[in-house]
Design a protein around this ligand. Structure first.
Ligand code: ADP
Length: 633
C-alpha cells in the first residue's frame, strides 16, 4: 500500500495541540511513557507466546533499546515486543485510546485547561508526550508473526502519514526528532547518553525487561568500542526487603506500574511463607476511577509467578467489593501457563485471595482506629464499594460481619460521620433501637415530620443520604443486637412511657374513627394501602410510611431509575389526630362523606404527604386547581 496521509481524530487533534503548546512541568516524562509502552508491548507478546510459541520467531530475548544521537538530533526507542499492524497503528495512535473523550474534556475543564504530567498519565495519552520534546515523530513497527511493516510519521499538527516499509525484527521503533531546545542545551539534553541513562534509572528502573544503551569508550589511541549495557536494575520492587524500600520508591512504582497519575493513599506489602507462598504489593489509589462502578471497569490484580509476568487482570483474588484495589501478586505456587479457567478453580488463588481480603480489611480497621481523618478520606472515595459489599452479600453473615464496623454514616449529631459502634455507644440506656431516616441531604431529613418527636426526645438519627445507604441498613437489619429501624417505615414507634401513652390514646381514637379512615382511603384510591392515625407526628398534619418489609419509597425511586418499575413500596397515609386539619376532615365527613369537598380534602392530604417525600403527584394540574379552589373559599 502506498503512502497515505490521514487526519487525526478530532479529539486527538485537540489533545495534541495541548501537548505541543502547553508548558510542561516535567519534560522528561516522554521517556518513561515510551519505555512503559515498550514494556507493555513485550508483555503482550509474552502473553500471546504462551499459547502460540511460533510468534517469537525464535527470539526470546526481550529488550528495549534507547539510543540518543547528538549528530542527528534524535533519540530512538525501540523494542522487540508485539508491534502493530497498519490498522492497529491507525486505531491506537490516531485516536485517544481508553478513557474516552468525554471524560477527558470534562477533566480538562475542571483543570482550567491546564495540562501537566498527572493529567497526561491519567488519560493514557502517553505516546503523544513524544511531542513535548519532538517536532517530528517516526514510528516504524512490525507486528510479530506478520511480514509487512509500516512507518507512521507526524509533526503533531493535525495529520500523519502512513506507508509500508521494511523491518527485519519484530516490534516498534520510535524516532523522536528533537526540538532544538532539547539538544545540547544546559537544562535539557536528550541527546546526551549520561543524561538519558540517569533518567532511565530514575523512572524506569523496575521495568522488568532490560533497557539497553550503547556506551562508547575510546582507548588512548582513539579507537572506539561500543559496549551495550543494561541500564535498569530490573529487580522487581516487591522482591526487595520491606526495610530497603522507601515510601517514595513505593509511590513511584505504583504510578509507573499501574499507570496511576497520583500517589496511592495506602500501600500494602504482604509477604507470606508456609504452605502457600506469595508476595503481594497492593494499593488503594488516591481517587476512584471514573468508571469504577460501570461494566467497562476491569478489576483485577496483576499476576506473576516467580517474578515472571502471567496476566494483567486476575479477577479471582479479591471480592468484587474490593474492586478499587490495585496491585500484583507473585507466587511460586502457581504454574506459569495457567489458563483463566484453571485459575478460577485454583485452590492456591482462593487461599491467597482470602488472606489478602482479610489483610486489607484489618488494615482498614486499623486506619479507622488510628487515623480517622485518613480513613474518612478513604471512605469518601471508596465507601460506596464497602456498602455494595454489604448489600451484595446480604445473605452472607460473614461478609456483613467483616464490613459492618467499617461503615460510616452521617448522623443528626453535629451531622458528622459516625460508625455504628459509636452511635450505639452514645445511645441512652432507654433507647433500644438504632434509628435511621432517608433523604437527599441533612436539611431535608431534619424537616421530615417524623423527626420532630425524635428531636424532642434528644434521640440521635442516622441519615441515609446515599441512595444505597438504605439497602445497606436493610441488609444489616441489626447491629450489636439492636434492631435498625427506619423512621420512614410503618413499624417505627418509640418505646418510652410518654410515647406508649400517646399511642394508646391514638389507638382509642382510631377505633372511634374507623369509618372515617376507611372513607378517606376510598376517596384517595388504591394508591394507598391504608390510612391510619399516628402518634408519631407532633406539629405535622400528615406523613407517608412504607410497609415494614419490602421496598421503601427511596428504593422504589432507585429501582425506577434502573428501569425496574415493578418494585413498588406499600404506601400508608398517616394522619395526626391532634392537628386542626384532622378536625376539619372529620367535620366534612360528618357533613357529607359523598361530597366533592370531602374527597378533594382527602386527596390533598395525600398530596401533601407525597410532597414531603419529594414525590410529584401524578396529576399536578388537578392538584393545583384544587388548592386554588380551596384558597379562594
Ligand atoms: P496507552 O499506552 O496508555 O494505551 P498510548 O497513547 O501511550 O496510550 O498508546 C496507545 C496504544 O498504542 C497502546 O495502548 C498500544 O496499543 C499502542 N502502542 C503504543 N506504543 C506501542 C509499542 N511500543 N508497541 C506496540 N504498541 C504500542
Amino acid at each position: 500500500m502506498s503512502a497515505e496521509t490521514l487526519e487525526f481524530q478530532a479529539e486527538t487533534k485537540r489533545l495534541l495541540d495541548l501537548v505541543v503548546n502547553s508548558i510542561y512541568t516535567n519534560k522528561e516524562i516522554f521517556l518513561r511513557e515510551l519505555i512503559s509502552n515498550s514494556s507493555d508491548a513485550i508483555d503482550k507478546l509474552h502473553f500471546e507466546s504462551l499459547t502460540n510459541h511460533d510468534i517469537l520467531e525464535g527470539n526470546e530475548d526481550y529488550e528495549i533499546f534507547v539510543v540518543p544521537d547528538s549528530d542527528t538530533k534524535t533519540i530512538t526507542i525501540s523494542d522487540n515486543g508485539i508491534g502493530m499492524t497498519r490498522d492497529e497503528v491507525i486505531s491506537n495512535i490516531g485516536t485517544i485510546a481508553k478513557s474516552g473523550t468525554k471524560a477527558f474534556l470534562e477533566k480538562l475543564r475542571e483543570n482550567d485547561g491546564k495540562v501537566d504530567e498527572e493529567f497526561i498519565g491519567q488519560f493514557g495519552v502517553g505516546f503523544y508526550s513524544a511531542f513535548i520534546v519532538a517536532d517530528e515523530v517516526e514510528l516504524i513497527t512490525r507486528r510479530a508473526g506478520e511480514n509487512s511493516a509500516v512507518k507512521w510519521t507526524s509533526k503533531g499538527a493535525g495529520e500523519y502519514t502512513i506507508e509500508d516499509c521494511e523491518k527485519d525484527s519484530r516490534g516498534t521503533t520510535i524516532v523522536l526528532h528533537l526540538k532544538p531546545e532539547f539538544c545540547g542545551g544546559e537544562e535539557f539534553d536528550f541527546t546526551n547518553n549520561y543524561a538519558i541513562e540517569n533518567l532511565i534509572k530514575k523512572y524506569s528502573d523496575y521495568i522488568r525487561y532490560p533497557v539497553k544503551m550503547n556506551f562508547i569508550t575510546e582507548d588512548k589511541d582513539k579507537n572506539k568500542t561500543v559496549e551495550v549495557r543494561t541500564v535498569n536494575s530490573m529487580q522487581p520492587l516487591w522482591t526487595k526487603n520491606k526495610s530497603e524500600i522507601s515510601q517514595d520508591e513505593y509511590k513511584e512504582f505504583f504510578k509507573h506500574q499501574f499507570r496511576e497519575w497520583e500517589e496511592p493513599q495506602e500501600i500494602f506489602h504482604i509477604k507470606a511463607e508456609g504452605t502457600t507462598e506469595y508476595t503481594a504489593l497492593l494499593c488503594i489509589p488516591k481517587h476512584a476511577a471514573i468508571n469504577l462502578y460501570y461494566a467497562d471497569y476491569e478489576p483485577g490484580l496483576q499476576l506473576y509467578s516467580r517474578h515472571v509476568f502471567i496476566m494483567e487482570k486476575c479477577k479471582d483474588f479479591l471480592p468484587d467489593y474490593l474492586r478499587f484495589i490495585k496491585g500484583l501478586v507473585d507466587s511460586p505456587d502457581l504454574p506459569l501457563n495457567i489458563s483463566r479457567e484453571l485459575l478460577q478453580q485454583s485452590r492456591e488463588v482462593k487461599k491467597i485471595g482470602k488472606a489478602l481480603e482479610k489483610n486489607i480489611l484489618k488494615q482498614l480497621s486499623k486506619m479507622l482506629q488510628n487515623d480517622r481523618a485518613k480513613y474518612e478520606t478513604f471512605w469518601n472515595e471508596f465507601g460506596k464499594s464497602l456498602k455494595i459489599g454489604v448489600y451484595g452479600n446480604m445473605f452472607d453473615t460473614k461478609v456483613k460481619d467483616d464490613l459492618k464496623d467499617l461503615l460510616l454514616f452521617t448522623t443528626s449529631k453535629e451531622e458528622k460521620l459516625s460508625t455504628l459502634a459509636e452511635y450505639v455507644e452514645r445511645m441512652p440506656e432507654s433507647q433500644t433501637k438504632i434509628y435511621c431516616a432517608v433523604g437527599k441531604d441533612a436539611a431535608t431529613i431534619s424537616q421530615i415530620p417524623q423527626m420532630e418527636i425524635l428531636r424532642d426526645r434528644g434521640i440521635e438519627v442516622i441519615y441515609l443520604l446515599d441512595p444505597i445507604d438504605e439497602f445497606v441498613t436493610d441488609a444489616l437489619q441489626n447491629y450489636s443486637g439492636k434492631e435498625i429501624q427506619s423512621i420512614n417505615r410503618e413499624d417505627f414507634e418509640l418505646d418510652d412511657d410518654e410515647s406508649k401513652k400517646v399511642k394508646s390514646e391514638v389507638e382509642e381514637l382510631a377505633k372511634s374513627n374507623e369509618d372515617l379512615l376507611k372513607d378517606v382511603r376510598e376517596a384517595i384510591g388504591a394508591e394507598v394501602s391504608e390510612v391510619r392515625l399516628t402518634s408519631r407526628l407532633k406539629s405535622g398534619a400528615v406523613c407517608l410510611a412504607t410497609g415494614a418489609q419490602g421496598p421503601s419509597l427511596n428504593m422504589e425511586k432507585t429501582f425506577a431509575a434502573m428501569n425496574n418499575p415493578m418494585m413498588k413500596a406499600t404506601r400508608i397515609l398517616e394522619l395526626n389526630p391532634n392537628h386542626e386539619l384532622f378536625k376539619k376532615l372529620s367535620g366534612l365527613h360528618a357533613l357529607d362523606k359523598e361530597s366533592g369537598d370531602f374527597k378533594d380534602f382527602c386527596k390533598l392530604l395525600y398530596t401533601q404527604a407525597l410532597l414531603i417525600e419529594g414525590i410529584m403527584p401524578d396529576n399536578p394540574v388537578e392538584v393545583a386547581n384544587k388548592i386554588a379552589a380551596l384558597m379562594a373559599k
